[in-house]
Design a protein around this ligand. Structure first.
Ligand SMILES: [Zn+2]
Length: 414
């Protein structure tokens, strides 16, 4: 459905008149050091968002997820502070278009990254691209829609979460467990830095730490020991065979270069073992990172991996497997009406039709995909800038993204 005459111009005018406010708000977000790991200053950051929403005239609710409930599986550090998921709605009726974003950032390269700096049109600081600029775009999109008094058939739901950088346990996962994530959703946009493209798919992940045990003994008495390294080689060789089969599968979603379309099995990202050159190694451990294409099934792929270790166990090898991370893949057609509305809105604002691509990493669209809600990433900044020591975003891109979100919402909720 097309939006009414003049609506597009009015929305875009309001967004551009908010340019300085958007800059100030993004700076205020960057100043809160929400580093994850370990997951710090979450309460302070949510307070900044709540104050902004109140200023706009929006109510919000916060779900507190206590500290220590989930351990960060990647580095074993227990988070010491609570985490907070914030939700806010504008409009009426159940049909909800979600604007979803995360406020945690990867650790800063230097504390200076929490002092935002504007040089020309570029705003530097940790989280400027990933994704505090995107949060500002989402929130100001709602402000513009409200200011234009658009009549919506449904509502916009802001879902602002922590812990995305470490798997989303106390963020999107907790929100999903509470029944709030994606409820009555007709679509979802998340403002990850997509560099102008729309990410309509992402891979899933099964990340494991495999420990092969043996028995230590002095080199001179090696025959009394059990060499865990040699046993580990047997396991690793079987995994290499599996890797060949895995890598022959290609996704039909678009991603460059062509090799990036292959399904992934990364062996030995971390590996450790043995205590000394003259001792039979008592244990060896290594990681396995299986990234599955959207066309593959998480359960089936996990079973295939676990069966391999089971076979070694049956032959008497002591193998322990710890799951570090598990995530479903997600993929939506570029012809989905939500994708079309996003794409035409991008073209209306930037003058250029975006490409559709698969994200090389994980995306929180997966949580919405599980609820059957079509979910897409599009946001200001470049992925290459995202975790960099000189992370930055163009202010113009934040404003353009806000405008895109307003148009897409007006279209989908017309
Ligand atoms: Zn991000």
């Amino acid at each position: 459905m097309a939006i009414g005459p003049g609506t597009k111009e009015r929305l875009m005018d309001v967004v551009s008149s908010c340019r300085n406010e958007i800059l100030d708000f993004t700076k205020a977000l960057i100043q809160v050091p929400t580093e994850n790991p370990p997951g710090s200053s979450y309460r302070d950051c949510v307070a900044v968002v709540e104050a902004k929403l109140e200023e706009i005239g929006l109510e919000s609710s916060v779900l507190e997820v206590p500290a220590g409930r989930n351990q960060n599986p990647r580095n074993g550090r227990i988070q010491s502070e609570s985490a907070y998921c914030l939700m806010s709605f504008y409009g009426t009726g159940p049909r909800t278009l979600y604007f979803h974003g995360h406020y945690d950032v990867v650790p800063a390269a230097t504390p200076r990254q929490f002092k935002p700096l504007l040089r020309g049109d570029r705003l530097f600081g940790r989280g400027s691209a990933d994704m505090k600029g995107g949060l500002a775009a989402m929130i100001y999109a709602v402000k513009a829609i409200k200011a234009c008094k658009l009549r919506l058939n449904g509502r916009i739901g802001l879902a602002i979460v922590p812990d995305e950088e470490t798997g989303g346990l106390r963020g999107s996962h907790a929100l999903a467990a509470s029944g709030k994530l994606g409820k009555d959703g007709i679509g979802m946009f998340t403002a990850e830095p997509t560099g102008g493209a729309i990410w309509n798919a992402c891979r899933g992940a099964i990340s494991l730490r495999v420990t092969v045990k043996g028995k230590p003994s002095h080199v001179g008495l090696h025959f009394w020991g059990v060499n865990s390294f040699e046993k580990m080689l047997g396991v690793a060789n079987k995994l290499m065979e599996l890797k060949q089969r895995v890598e022959s599968r290609k996704t039909a979603f678009k991603i460059e270069p062509d090799e990036a379309r292959n399904s992934i099995l990364l062996i030995g990202g971390e590996c450790q073992g043995g205590a000394s050159f003259n001792t039979v190694p008592a244990q060896c451990c290594f990681t396995v990172d299986r990234r599955i294409n959207p066309e593959e099934d998480l359960g089936a792929e996990k079973e295939r991996l676990l069966e391999l270790f089971d076979r070694f166990r049956k032959d008497g090898t002591e193998v322990e497997v710890e799951t570090l991370q598990e995530a479903r893949p997600a993929g939506f057609s570029e012809h989905d009406p939500v994708a079309r509305a996003l794409s035409t809105s991008i073209e209306a604002v930037t003058g250029k039709a975006p490409s559709f691509e698969m994200c090389p990493g994980l995306l929180e669209t997966r949580f919405y995909a599980e609820q059957g809600v079509p979910a897409f990433a599009y946001g200001p900044g470049q992925l290459t800038a995202a975790h960099a020591p000189d992370e930055s975003v163009a202010l113009e891109d934040i404003c353009a993204c806000a405008a895109v979100y307003t148009l897409a919402a007006a279209e989908l909720l017309a």
